[in-house]
Design a protein around this ligand. Structure first.
Ligand SMILES: C[S@@+](CC[C@H](N)C(=O)[O-])C[C@H]1O[C@@H](n2cnc3c(N)ncnc32)[C@H](O)[C@@H]1O
Length: 260
């Protein structure tokens, strides 16, 4: 996320310090004991400015939410929102998602939210996508069977690619839409989502469920990413649309001739 340096970052971080977990690795395997009274432990990856974090925490008082974000300038806005709403069931971790395995034990997490993650369109950067196989294996290692990843994005090529990768990695898809807000606002919006929705951009959402077949870190690192370029995917979608238009035109002409 490109963002101007927020003024008074240090002061603002100090004012919301009770919401920050400074050494999350100390909580590994003990999150539920350290924060008792909640039925579920949910993670949000790349929470940005925390609109979804605060909204989800307010709507789900039985869930304890850990929001992970590597850019403090963005995260502090989320911390301020949570503090202003006096929500007790949220903590923030200022870290890279790559380090999740050091912070959470196997099967400790019930659900993971990934909202509007960076698409990394180049094939050579595909491994950085938060839905790339090695990331998915690390998430699978934290979730029990039946645990979920809830994924939203405006970027259809990323969505399409992610769905394929999830299926290849042995996840079941229990929910899938390419137009989440078709019949009105559905669920809690993130900051990016609200902006895209206001611009008329369709929002994609899926829920992936861990099964017995889902690959975890025990499978080792993923070797090769097929069809990883989203630029190619965009070109393919445009080409398919053009072909469809040509086909429809040819059919219309044919039926017009038949009527003559
Ligand atoms: C496009 S923004 C979306 C923010 C928010 N989820 C939303 O929908 O409004 C992506 C966010 O993910 C964070 N991010 C990307 N890669 C990350 C990583 N590997 N670890 C932690 N945060 C990451 C970025 O810093 C950025 O804040």
């Amino acid at each position: 996320m490109r963002m101007r340096k927020k003024p008074n970052l240090e002061k603002r971080m100090n004012e919301t310090a009770e919401l920050l977990i400074k050494s999350p690795e100390n909580n590994k395997g003990s999150w539920r004991e350290l924060f008792p009274g909640y039925e579920k432990l949910w993670l949000e990856l790349g929470c940005g400015k925390g609109r979804f974090t605060a909204g989800t925490a307010a709507e789900n008082p039985d869930a304890f939410i850990v929001a992970v974000e590597k850019v403090f300038d963005a995260m502090v806005v989320g911390m301020e929102r949570v503090k202003a709403a006096d929500l007790r069931n949220v903590r923030f971790v200022g870290s890279d998602v790559k380090l999740l395995g050091e912070m959470f034990a196997s099967g400790e997490v019930d659900r993971i939210f990934i909202n509007f993650c960076d698409p990394w369109p180049k094939s050579s950067d595909a491994k950085h996508r938060l839905t790339a196989p090695d990331f998915l294996r690390s998430y699978a290692s934290l979730l029990p069977i039946g645990g979920e990843i809830c994924f939203k994005t405006d970027n259809f090529p990323l969505f399409d690619w992610s769905e394929k990768v999830l299926r290849e990695e042995g996840w079941d898809i229990s929910f899938f839409t390419t137009d989440l807000h078709k019949d009105g606002i559905n669920g809690i919006m993130t900051d990016y989502e609200a902006k895209f929705h206001a611009e008329g951009i369709k929002i994609n959402r899926l829920v992936a469920v861990k099964t017995e077949k889902t690959l975890t870190l025990a499978a080792g690192p993923h070797e090769r990413l097929r069809d990883a370029s989203l630029a190619d995917a965009i070109a393919n979608i445009l080409k398919a649309r053009e072909e469809e238009k040509t086909r429809a035109k040819a059919e219309a002409e044919k039926s017009g001739e038949a009527l003559k």
